[in-house]
Write a protein that binds this ligand. Structure first.
Ligand code: MLT
Length: 410
């Protein structure tokens, strides 16, 4: 008799963004003329930078000739891209990361979800609350949690991010082995300082723990003193793996390209207390389960690092941040407490009521989609998240409608 992985029975019925997509389709079906504005899922809306498109086209043309055609590429990514990343995102910013420590992949979602596979099923895992649901669900699938009770899984350590701590979690009070951190944060938009991040690196060093650091939104940081990478912190090479993505930075959400940094010094231990480099284990997994990102996509990503690419990416980000400023302006005027939007495309807004009810109200009255905070964890119950990924005109219209709905019915 073929049996299922029973851990899947512990999961909530549907992935957060699938539930929201279903609710939107149902609403649209009932209200075919409603012009819905989506500030829900963090999906980019602006075209790929021209430099990337040109490189993409050139690479596609290479695939059309036998002489320049490419079949399987290196699973870890082409050296041309790994070297550019190491130089621009790390060495030029004073960090010691080499090209062979970078693994190109098709998304930070997949990598943050998959990385736990190379770690023991027995480890104790800490996640922020609220949290990007992928970190939690993949650990549930792996059997590291108990059942789901009152909005939380048993055996997970939740690091609360609330107004009281400015959405920066405190160190865990009980020992943990694996810690997920994401800054600028999804969903709260909070950014961490070097001093705060250094406390986590110290904790990991002292407790032989590992930090999985999701920096997918680093390009939105506007204050140069805030860390864009965990490797800006001394000692992080030993205790942290970092995930970055071209999705939000350069509009690759549909094109798919990201990378994971696994420094050579970063280890985990076996049952006899012998250390094993995570680089070798991740490489083993990656080569077994992944055949690399397509050649044209890697060429398109490489073009991000040209002068033109850098300027075009900066203009795209500035456009989204103008939207974030518009959202903050309206929320300020409404005097709703909020976080984020300064170094992040996400604005985390306190609505007082239940966040799913607010979601329904906003869709019904304003035809605007938000993300209910409860979908990110129990600390998000009274919050909603607005995303700045849209065009300015739509964001402006959405915020006028948002205001009217909050004033008259929220
Ligand atoms: C989000 O809206 O939280 C993100 O788009 C999710 C993701 O990047 O997978």
């Amino acid at each position: 008799m073929i049996r299922i992985n029973e851990n899947y029975m512990l999961l909530q019925a549907s992935y957060l963004f699938s539930t929201i997509a279903r609710k939107i389709s149902e609403f649209q079906e009932k209200n075919p003329d409603a012009e819905i504005i989506r500030l829900g899922i963090g999906d980019t809306t602006r075209a790929l930078p021209d430099a990337c498109i040109k490189a993409f086209h050139r690479a596609v043309d290479e695939m059309a000739q036998d002489a320049t055609f490419r079949g399987y590429g290196p699973e870890q990514g082409y050296p041309f891209l790994r070297e550019k990343i190491a130089a621009h995102d790390y060495r030029d910013r004073g960090m010691d990361i080499s090209a062979d420590e970078i693994f190109i992949s098709d998304g930070a979602k997949c990598d943050t979800g998959n990385f736990q596979e190379i770690l023991s099923p027995d480890i104790r895992v800490a996640v922020p609350d609220p949290v990007y649901p992928v970190y939690v669900d993949t650990n549930v699938m792996a059997g590291r949690t108990g059942g789901y009770k009152n909005g939380r899984y048993e055996n997970l350590v939740y690091l609360e991010c609330t107004e009281k701590n400015n959405f920066i979690p405190s160190l865990p009070e009980e020992p943990v082995d694996l810690i997920y951190l994401c800054f600028p944060n999804n969903p709260t938009g909070a950014a961490i300082t070097r001093e705060e991040l250094a406390k986590w690196v110290d904790y990991a060093e002292q407790n032989r723990a590992l930090i999985l650091y999701d920096a997918a939104y680093e390009a939105f940081i506007r204050d140069e003193t805030l860390p864009k990478s965990i490797y800006e912190i001394k000692g992080a090479r030993k205790v942290a793996v970092e995930f970055k993505s071209f999705s939000k930075t350069a509009g690759f959400t549909g094109t798919r390209c990201a990378y994971t940094v696994v420094p050579r010094e970063c280890s985990a231990w076996d049952e006899n207390g012998k250390p094993h480099p995570l680089h070798a284990l991740w490489n083993r997994r990656h080569c077994t389960k992944f055949n690399g990102v397509s050649y044209p996509v890697q060429r398109a990503a490489e073009a991000v690092y040209t002068n033109k690419g850098q300027k075009q990416v900066a203009a795209i980000i500035a456009g989204y941040m103008k939207n974030a400023d518009r959202i903050r302006q309206e929320v300020d005027e409404l005097r709703l407490p909020y976080a984020g939007g300064l170094h992040s495309p996400y604005i985390w807004i306190k609505t007082c009521g239940n966040s799913w009810e607010f979601f329904d109200m906003l869709l019904e009255k304003a035809r605007v989609v938000c993300t209910p905070g409860e979908g990110f964890g129990s600390c998000g119950k009274a919050f909603i998240r607005l995303s700045a990924f849209n065009d300015y005109k739509s964001v402006d219209t959405a915020m006028r409608r948002f205001s009217a709905a909050v004033k008259h019915g929220g």
